[in-house]
Design a protein around this ligand. Sequence first.
Ligand code: PEP
Ligand code: MG
Length: 876
Amino acid sequence: VKTIYSFAEGKAEWKELLGGKGANLAEMTRVGLPVPPGFTITTEACRRFFAEGERLPEQVARELREALDALQGQTGKVLGNPDAPLLLSVRSGAVHSMPGMMDTILNLGLNDDTVEGLAKQTGNPRFAYDCYRRLIQMFGNVVLGLDHFHFEQIMERHKQAAGLRLDTELSAKHLQAIIEEYQGFILEKSKRPFPQNPLEQLRQAVEAVFLSWNNARARVYRKIHRIPDDLGTAVNVQAMVFGNRGNDSGTGVAFTRNPATGEQKLYGEFLLNAQGEDVVAGIRTPRPIGELAESMTEVYEELMMFAKRLELHYKDMQDIEFTVEQGKLYILQTRNGKRTAQAAVKIAVDLVNENVITREEALTRIEPEMIERLLHRQFAELGERKPWVKGLPASPGAATGRIVFSADDAERWAKAGEAVILVRPETTPDDIHGILAAKGILTSRGGMTSHAAVVARGMGKACICGCEELRIDGKRKQVSAAGQTLHEGDRISIDGGTGMVYLGELPLIEPMLSAECEELLAWADEVRRLQVRTNADTPEDAKKARAFGAEGIGLCRTEHMFMDAGRLPVMQKMIMAETLAERKEALEELLPMQKEDFVGLFRAMEGLPVTIRLLDPPLHEFVPDLEELVVSQAKRESMGDMDPQQRKQQEQWIKKVRALSEANPMLGHRGCRLALTYPEIAEMQVEAIGLAAAECLSQGIRVQVEIMVPLVGHVNELKRLRQIIEGVLARYEAPNGSSIAFRVGTMIEVPRAALTADEIAAEADFFSFGTNDLTQMTFGYSRDDAEGKFLHAYVEEKILPENPFMVLDRDGVGKLIRWAAEQGRKTNPQLKLGICGEHGGEQKSIQFCHEVGLDYVSCSPYRVPLARLAAAQAEI
Ligand code: PEP
Ligand code: MG
């Protein structure tokens, strides 16, 4: 097999062999674009180079001479011939694009003789010497391993001596002197001269590019992007064209559509009389491409035509590098252009409407996370700005505001019209009003499924968790990190999508679901089998989710309803009750409020299913922290400002809170265990559901009630609670006298429930996999602590492939889900299956849910569009 192919011989499909760049150059040559001629040395040659002890195999050396002969024939120029010197570029080109990671040499073929020839031929000695200078510098760096810095220093000295500021001000004479010094420097440092024989230059350059596959940069890049280390790189050898030959020459970059907005209009920049490096180095500011239409009308029109052709050929927006040499346009490279989320959606939809790609192709081209990014506020432009500290990107979106250290302060400041960022070591359900009032949340502890993260995602608020560098002093209302101390009221900006915290206020842009995005998601709806519901606790969230396309509520966490400032005292009264009668009295007070909550949800969902979960968390979450109580008691005692009545009250609180406290509350008295030991709480909630349903039905609002029991591990738990639920609901009826239709189901979030799903399914109309707890209990990792403590390191060290609280663990937790789904359906073929853990809004996990045949996923409102797309992709 050959190891070298001319661009005219290659094919786009040979990407593995020719690398991405080589395959594209061949493809462009094949379709007749003006590509400077050249050839590609294959990745196979590179692998053999390494296999033979980093030596160019004899076959490759021979074919290299042959390819060069052919190229000389084609161009009418000869390597090393001063009368018609052939000059070459030698570039790496791996299968997976690794921008800037490997090496390139330009202007190869120049030596002390050919540079004179080039000067004479072009009538531009300065140009010729500048090319030669660049070659020696690149060769010294890439082949001989000498740092650029030394060369820059030499040049700097010459500029200073001549009193010049810019490289471009150096004359031919100056450049000649620099070239001499460069060559002397190379001889001195590397003990071998800069090779005057161009063939020798070429051989060494090819070897150096091969070797650059293994440089430190490239290795790190491959590690990050999980590119195998044994692929090797191809090398592209191409005749040089020069954009720096005068004002009829130039170089530039063009996108076939605007990469920021997706607008269908050629977009890009160019520089007259320049080489590509000048653009990259930022020495001169490029001009907008539209101006090319005026300075070189024909070139511009030709470029437009090629752009169109390339886009149709690759069926995607292209990023094209071009050079104009003395009025003639050359295309040097094309690739699918990078773009923003907004542009990606617009381009995909436009391409469908232009009949270039199919709807299914468009759907697979958009990363579901891109859709989520579109729904959150973003910073306008970050530029060079460095973050202050970094935490876990817990809930995407950008927020900026003044920092406060307590939920109450957040609420007060927000009421006064201030945008605030709530900064806490962690948040608890007591902080909910503060979270609601804040624009964003920043915590120093807790992971991606911590309270703050879950709540913030639910509300579509920016949140960064587990920012362990922060030293938060809530009492003195200050926070410090990285040698900076901020006080209450200071301004920061947080990006919940990246986990970056910035000092000061950054400008924001408002999000919008564009018309194109709506169109794309409508196509997704036609394709997908999985239904998409939402996790929502308030009518506002429910409405938002419906606007994003939710087809029901898959989880209403009723505990959030009791956190409201007006209700917490009643809830606490219920918890502190000494007798059943006292507790019932408090529950009576909660009943009408709870009923109103459900009426609101039923109304918002207009007949779509609403899954209401009975109270889940342990009761101590609703009362003040024990430590705080004891401390405040001691303080007030010492100040003597407590009357006996107050003291008694306070002591009772402490006693009660102590009695409620548990060593492992997440494994403790919560979920159905609470409902079975305090059935009156569950009864009140079900009564509220019955009242709300009857009221809605009497007003002509359809309702689909699903009551969900949390934390079931044994079938008897569900059996008992089902009886209670049925007993209560039997007391309510629809206006026509018929009973209220409802379904009773359970969360599957305790491993034993999954293992005994066949038994549990006999008592359940539906299962909803609570993968937050199921992951916690299957791994035995605390969902609130694991990330900051060790999970982060586990993922970093590749002990775990992913964070299992973010991406569902197929091999472990997934096995339980698969088993429970199969066993459950065996007992009860009508059983509905869904998921409401955080994984219900994550792409790979949604794919898994599709594979195991769930009926729906449920996720926070802002993830609903993402889930619609991911569900469609799972089907395609
Ligand atoms: C779960 O455990 O996955 C779940 C949805 O319930 P919560 O997060 O409220 O514990
Ligand atoms: Mg749970």
